[in-house]
Design a protein around this ligand. Sequence first.
Ligand code: NAP
Length: 281
Amino acid sequence: MILIDGKKAAAELRQELKHEVISLKAKYNKVPGLTVILIGDLTPSQIYVRNKEKSANEVGLKSEVIKYPDSVNEKTVLEKIEELNKDKSVSGILVQLPLPKHIDKQKVIETILPSKDVDGFHPMNVGNLSLGYESSVPCTPLGCYLLIKKIEPNLNGKKAVIVGRSNLNGKPMMQLLLKENCTVTITHSKTKDLKAECLEADIIVAAVGIPELVKGDWVKKGTIVIDVGINKTDKGIVGDVDFDEVSKNAKALTPVPGGVGPMTIACLLKNTIECFKRTQI
Ligand code: NAP
């Protein structure tokens, strides 16, 4: 079984991006810039943002974090986004989620210029992805996709089963695999026989949020299994896949932690660079 090392893959991607930033700087005499807006003092959000900033600096991007207290009003945040939309030194804008209840998440997402939407959450980018046009793609499914392609470069005709249909993970994952000519089944909480669906799969992507939901006997021999889940349990952080059992059948499997997680941040940097490049033409 191949243990898919997300940390190594992310380090390799960051290295590639670092070289790309050097050549972009030589060509345009400027570097892509990422601005993150962080609202409130939720510890996980602070950690995510710190890691994003550290990784952005590592690859040579210009990075900035704008912090607001929990009490900030929606108008202030929207005005800041408008200001960043006009700022030519900002290639990508990310508002760290979740937001305090009094701030409308969708309004925030839709205020970000689609060309600077590094999270790929703006309806324009969601639409472009589903039409097969160029767009920012949400970072976690993009990371999963790159890991799958490392194991199996030709996905033509493969049967992919995605567990979970969230806008953040399952749906964009479906679009990416469909574009690669996979036959995609997307499952969810109302799916009648999840085990039977999974047993058909050459590729399984689990993005559910239920610890170790995907069992060993749900996976046929030779399947590539990508575990997006991050679940806190008594035995520590586990994924949505029963790692010990599934590793007996899978051809390749991502661990949790150290699989999809590190790729998510590296893909954010990739998206920032792509946004920069699209505006230089
Ligand atoms: P979400 O928005 O809560 O969506 C969960 C999906 O799972 C829903 O579509 C839901 O179906 C489906 N589901 C729930 N119970 C199910 C069941 N018994 N059988 C089949 N499907 C079921 O979750 P998310 O934001 O996509 O996140 C999923 C997991 O990924 C979480 O553990 C999260 O922490 C993790 N995550 C990891 C990263 C990373 O970087 N590694 C990034 C983001 C999220 P319905 O639509 O029918 O309700």
